[in-house]
Design a protein around this ligand. Sequence first.
Ligand code: 5GP
Length: 180
Amino acid sequence: MSKIVTLHDKDFEIYISQDQINTRIDELAEQIDTEYAGKMITMIGNLTGAFIIMADLCRHLKTPVDIKFVKYSSYSGMESTHVVKERMGFGGMDLAGRDVLIVEDIIDTGLTLHYLLDLMKHKEAASVKVFSLLNKPEALQKDVSVDYIGFDIPNDFVVGYGLDYDGMGRDLNAIYKLKE
Ligand code: 5GP
């Protein structure tokens, strides 16, 4: 695994390895299996960033899952735009009575998640919980709670494992942060 990668004009250094991620997903999957025993989980991944962690998480779980995707985003380049845009909404998704687990790649300001949770209020789900691979507590601006967090990280810009820098880096097998 390369320690430094260059994407466009910027260098990124390894931050969280694939082994660390795997171990953490194992731990969280075990916790989720215990908490959802006897139920089916409707996993809703927020594209594009969540596609890798979603694929990993559902294969670590023993609990049966139904997989769905939406696409809401607030980021452009390396910064939050503070406006959430719907690229692919819930449409006619029937979530009444379902145990929904929203899957995110990262919580930064919390704006996107807040928006998603607001929309979920009208869906009559039996329960709604949130999983995020990464969480930046120092950047949080909205009152949102995340039930399952892979890693709390400082307010750095990161790429890899689904996260991009202007379209690049999503395929990296680990998390990298911007090199100072
Ligand atoms: P929020 O709405 O919480 O501010 O931002 C969440 C979204 O912003 C994430 O789903 C992700 O697309 C993007 N984002 C936030 N922080 C980062 C980061 O450090 N790196 C990358 N690549 N995207 C980020």
